[in-house]
Design a protein around this ligand. Structure first.
Ligand code: ARG
Length: 459
């Protein structure tokens, strides 16, 4: 059995098996293997450049590490709890192959700066993957804008019918939210993209290393300025978890909306059947499980952020083993959000708005009441007076289940002698939508401009 390279001559007893099982992280941090190997090759190249190992030793290390990477990729490395983590597995495999040359790799390096670096490299790639999927989802919503452009839907506040909007206005709304997610993600990436390698355990090293060389080699934008900070720092993990929690929150809100929209009660949307499930007893059921799970899984992603916040609270400087617990939480957040996004894209592309069912009930709920009020304001009525008056008209209309446009001259006059049926010119959802003027509103002109803007952004 391979002994752990981290157990020095000071130990007088072998590790208790229970600690091995308790302390291992290989069952989850194996995910870092490619990034660990990339980091090790960069580190070894720098050691050679600085004369700390020979060029020949570097070449041997590089070749062996690439072989080890293929071995892990092919599933041929047997993971052992006694080797704790991915870093020790790779180093042990290197020593098995190269003997003393392999024993030189860990010169001027500690697992503390190593794990920090590997995780940053892994997160950087994962953030880029999520960003690509967010862009795909934005494009899926943008694609709907054209196809649904003529469709008017109610906008809701407090889940009560509020004002009419173009369906495209909904899609653009999601595009905006996802754009902010992407901008948070790229901001977070800047802070992730800093090299910790060379901080060693916590104080730096007496050996003449070149940290900037390693950073350049690994594509980092900067070098962390304080070795204690590297050893203790995981705020890049928390920040990533936060960005992911917000994305999960946005996806959950969208999922909830489309679950509602797909009900008989709403009848707004038909979900693609390949992402729905049936009932074992009720033959008519088409259940929106993918959306429900997207909503449900957001709980895990939000919970992971909480886990991480509590994990780092009150840790003294510098490295503490508690920090190993950061990985299951963040891996889970990334994998969950990625899975949700991968399914969100085809659902958004494949869903069908139920045009007739939507339009047949647009007359309900007095969606044009605010437009009428604003028409009266434009004619000179104070806002509060117009607000009160239109409320009164809605009250009269409600008594007979009529629309505002159905009110007779007599009924209008009973509310105010200044009103007559000329107000019908502004009523109805089509006219209400066309009447919006303000920047960012739902009138066709504004929406067209937004579609154009996002088409250019998302090319
Ligand atoms: N698996 C460990 C982690 O994720 C690696 C660092 C271990 N460092 C140490 N000094 N024991 O935190």
């Amino acid at each position: 059995m391979t002994a752990s390279p981290s157990r020095s001559g000071v130990f007088q007893a072998a590790t208790d098996k229970r600690l091995e099982a308790f302390g291992e992280s290989i069952s989850f941090d194996y995910r870092l293997y490619q990034h660990d190997i990339r980091g090790s090759i960069a580190h070894a190249r720098m050691l050679a450049a600085q004369g700390l190992i020979s060029n020949d030793e570097f070449s041997q290390i590089e070749v062996a590490l690439i072989e080890i990477e293929s071995e892990i990729s092919a599933g041929r490395m047997v993971f052992r709890p006694e080797l704790e983590d991915i870093h020790m597995h790779i180093e042990s495999a290197l020593i098995e192959r190269l003997g003393d040359v392999g024993r030189k790799l860990h010169t001027a390096r500690s697992r503390n700066d190593q794990v920090n670096t590997d995780f940053r490299l892994w997160i950087r790639d994962a953030l880029d993957r999520i960003d690509g999927l967010l862009a795909d989802l934005q494009r899926a919503f943008l694609g709907r804008c054209e196809q649904d452009f003529e469709i008017i839907v109610p906008a809701y506040t407090h889940m009560q019918r509020a004002q009419p909007v173009l369906a495209a206005h909904y899609w653009l709304c999601y595009i905006e939210k996802l754009a902010r997610d992407r901008s948070r993600l790229s901001d977070c990436r800047r802070r992730v993209n800093v090299c910790g390698l060379g901080a060693a355990a916590c104080a730096g090293t007496t050996l003449p290393i070149d940290r900037h060389l390693v950073a350049r080699e690994l594509g980092f934008e900067g070098v962390a300025g304080n070795s204690l900070d590297v050893s203790s720092d995981r705020d890049f993990v928390l920040e990533s978890a936060f960005v992911l929690a917000l994305i999960a929150g946005h996806l959950s809100g969208w999922a909830e909306e489309w679950i509602l929209w797909s009900t008989v009660e709403f009848g707004f949307i038909k979900l693609p059947h390949q992402f729905c499930t049936g009932s074992s007893i009720m033959p008519q059921k088409v259940n929106p499980d993918t959306l429900e799970l997207t909503r449900g899984k957001s709980a895990r992603v939000i919970g992971n952020l909480q886990t991480l916040l509590v994990l780092v609270k009150g840790l003294p400087l510098a490295y503490n083993r508690d920090l190993q617990e950061d990985k299951p939480a963040l891996f889970d957040s990334f994998e969950t959000v990625q899975a949700c996004l991968e399914l969100a894209v085809p659902i958004v592309e494949g869903a069908q708005l139920q045009k007739l069912s939507i339009s047949s009930r647009l007359d309900q709920g007095y969606l044009d009441a605010t437009t009428l009020m604003e028409h009266l304001i434009a004619k000179g009525l104070p806002q509060r007076t117009a607000h009160h008056l239109v409320g009164k008209l809605v009250g009269i209309a409600q008594q007979s289940g009529a629309r505002l446009a159905d009110l007779s001259e007599e009924q209008l006059k009973s509310a105010s002698p200044d009103l007559d049926i000329a107000i019908r010119q502004v009523l109805g959802v089509e006219k209400a939508v066309k009447a919006y003027q303000s920047y960012g509103s739902s009138c066709p002109d504004q929406v067209r401009k937004q579609i154009l803007y996002w088409s250019e952004q998302l090319q």
